[in-house]
Ligand binder design. Structure first.
Ligand code: NAD
Length: 327
């Protein structure tokens, strides 16, 4: 079953995850509104949709309540992705991260609740597990936050829960685990590891791994994340609503293995990449050593069934990066 013929607001729709959600829901005959201030998103991510009569772009900031109110008018569902990502960014500028991720989030909740939006699905984060060393991560057991970013994402969960109990807004939080795929920005100081490494290999530059490379992550292909968002919209099970879910593949891979996969896949396009050396740098502040999700809750309550393993996702993503980054 798919979501069709609905009006969906996607905040952060010009960003990596948001633009993939826009593409998917447009392809299933929904009307999609994208609210974005292009702080980290890009016009090129949404360019293909600009001529689609079912797509509307609102260039605006979630820190402005009136902008949020305008954006939610007549909307069935909200998929709230807009935020300032990145643990290091939040350590350098906690104030702006808080304004966007907490005050902006609160604006979106108020606007959605007042407009009687049917359901508010939002991007939560695996960073909420903080210093917990338990593996795999299970939704109910979190540790102490390790960064301002992690605090903001946990505060989102707390606010969402209150907006359900106090105002009856249906909410579902999706704790994303290291998402990757097309449209993920490889540039800038806060780029995620996969697009950054891919771009460096393509340019025959040595990627630098933080630490010994034995850190592990549950790398999650974007198509699995899109599926989770749709499952969260589709569910009619009251037990499945007003809660949070790990959104991941449910496996873990070390940074060292990841970089070897990337190198191997890219060598098919350019054999010289086999000779690019990998370097090691210092560990990074605010990083957790291991991250691996239990996805049992989402499987049970949402019938989530991730189709793409890391290798399957990487194979698709790297073909896309090769076409788009080598220019
Ligand atoms: P992204 O930076 O590509 O997308 C975020 C989008 O939000 C951008 O288009 C940006 O311009 C927009 N935005 C930022 N501030 C805004 C504001 N004040 N008003 C309106 N729009 C604003 O990041 P992403 O990777 O696509 O992340 C999407 C969401 O998922 C974020 O909430 C992020 O915290 C969360 N998340 C992502 C990951 C991941 O692995 N990518 C992991 C955990 C959580």
């Amino acid at each position: 079953m798919n979501i069709t013929h609905k009006k969906i607001l996607i905040t952060g729709g010009a960003g990596f995850i948001g633009s993939n959600l826009c593409e998917y829901f447009l392809s299933h005959e929904n009307k999609v509104i994208c609210l974005d201030n292009f702080a980290t998103g890009h016009h090129h991510n949404i360019k293909p949709f600009l001529t689609n009569p079912n797509f509307k772009l609102i260039e605006g900031d979630i820190r402005n309540l009136e902008t949020c109110r305008n954006a939610v008018e007549g909307v069935d569902f909200v998929l709230h992705q807009a935020a300032l990502g990145s643990v290091p960014r939040s350590l350098i500028d906690p104030l702006t991260t808080n304004e966007v991720n907490v005050s902006g989030f609160l604006n979106m909740l108020i606007a959605s609740s007042d407009a009687q939006v049917k359901r508010f699905i939002y991007a939560a984060s695996s960073s909420t597990y903080g210093d917990s060393v338990e593996l795999p991560k299970v939704e109910d057991f979190i540790g102490k936050p390790l960064s301002p970013y992690a605090i903001t994402k946990y505060v989102n969960e707390l606010y969402a829960s209150i907006f359900n109990s106090a105002y009856g807004l249906e909410t579902i939080g999706l704790r994303y685990f290291n998402v990757f795929g097309k449209n993920q920005d490889p540039n800038g100081a806060y780029a995620a590891v996969i697009p950054k490494f891919v771009m460096q290999f393509i340019n025959h530059e040595s990627p630098v791994i933080n630490g010994d490379g034995m850190f592990s992550r549950d790398f999650t292909y974007i198509n699995n994340v899109v599926q989770m968002n749709e499952k969260a919209l589709l569910t009619t099970n009251p037990e499945a609503i007003n809660t949070i879910y790990n959104t991941a593949f449910g496996d873990r891979t070390t940074l060292l293995d990841l970089i070897n996969y990337i190198k191997e896949f890219l060598t098919k396009f350019d054999p010289a990449i086999a000779n690019v050396e990998v370097l090691h740098g210092p560990n990074r502040a605010g990083d957790i050593s291991h991250s691996w999700a239990s996805i049992d809750k989402a499987k049970k309550l949402l019938e989530y069934n991730p189709k793409y393993s890391l290798q399957e996702g990487l194979s698709e993503a790297i073909s896309w990066y090769w076409e788009n980054l080598k220019k």
